[in-house]
Design a binder for this molecule. Structure first.
Ligand SMILES: [Zn+2]
Length: 289
């Protein structure tokens, strides 16, 4: 099979991104509907009923109607296929990671109880390794996709120089390509945070040589991103920042990310250590919460 790289224009890229967002939205709704089903309950809607509901939703929501019905219906068709595969016993349940975590916990307990040297123990061990490998693959895939996209979109990329820990990273966009706010989901990122952050920074440095600056985390969470005043008391709580000087209030992680994006804090490695004046908001705030 041949593989071709598409070279869409920025306008086409925007359309494609919207298609993906709509397909994801519709897919997640389908997952949600089926997740609530329990034995004895009326069955969750099938493909035909879901398509009818989609038509209704499109009539109600203009942003959904603005997208392609074909793309949205295809997401439902894909879901129906995935569900049929699951019921046929050949594939896992679509909507795939909380369940995996539960399964991993169960297997780990089983492993601890299994008799040493037994076949049973060996089988459990293999199942655990399989699950872990799958998580690692997903993480690597995510890191590759994200680092490629960030390296393409942004000129200067500033990351908080942490081993692990603070959940907010930021990057500054270019004027031509301002980027968007991205909030990644908690469940998906739990595994990524565990060991993916270092990998993400490494791959960013590979793909955007000389353009990645590591910013020291020193004071980034205590400094006001609007007036520059630094005070530990401004950090009202883990989640909330309220400047004691100018009263600016904001999510604490977002405030810290703006400081990082603006390069405020001593540059620990890479970059020239010079704080540049910034007269606009950082364009991409990547929050891994
Ligand atoms: Zn302030």
């Amino acid at each position: 099979m041949s593989r071709y790289r598409l070279a869409p224009t920025p306008a086409q890229q925007a359309v494609m991104r919207d298609h993906c967002a709509h397909a994801r939205y519709v897919w997640n709704l389908a997952v949600e509907q089926h997740r609530h089903w329990r034995p004895g309950k009326k069955s969750a809607p099938g493909f035909v009923e879901q398509c009818r509901q989609l038509t209704q939703a499109r009539a109600e929501y203009r942003w959904l109607a603005a997208g392609s019905q074909i793309v949205q219906q295809q997401a439902l068709r894909d879901f129906a296929r995935a569900l049929a595969n699951f019921l046929g016993g050949t594939h896992g349940r679509p909507g795939l990671t909380t369940r995996e975590r539960r399964r991993l916990r169960r297997l780990t307990r089983k492993f601890a109880r299994a008799k040493r040297g037994s076949n049973h123990r060996a089988r459990v061990k293999q199942a655990i390794a399989g699950l872990r490998a799958r998580e690692a693959d997903r993480r690597k895939d995510w890191v590759e996709k994200l680092s490629t996209s960030v390296a393409r979109q942004f000129d200067t990329i500033r990351v908080e120089n942490l081993q692990i820990g603070n959940m907010t990273r930021s990057a500054q966009g270019t004027i031509q390509n301002p980027g968007r706010s991205v909030k990644a989901k908690a469940g998906l990122n739990r595994g990524i945070l565990r060991s993916g952050w270092g990998l993400l920074v490494r791959r960013l440095e590979d793909k955007a040589p000389q353009r990645v600056e590591r910013v020291s985390p020193h004071c980034t969470s205590q400094r006001c991103s609007v007036c520059g005043y630094t005070d530990a008391k401004s950090r009202e709580s883990q989640a909330r920042f309220v400047c004691t000087a100018c009263g600016f209030a904001c999510n604490a992680d977002v405030n810290a990310a703006r400081n990082i994006a603006a390069g405020h804090a001593a540059t620990a490695r890479g970059g020239d250590g010079v704080t540049r004046p910034v007269n606009r908001e950082p364009q991409l705030l990547l929050q891994l919460v």
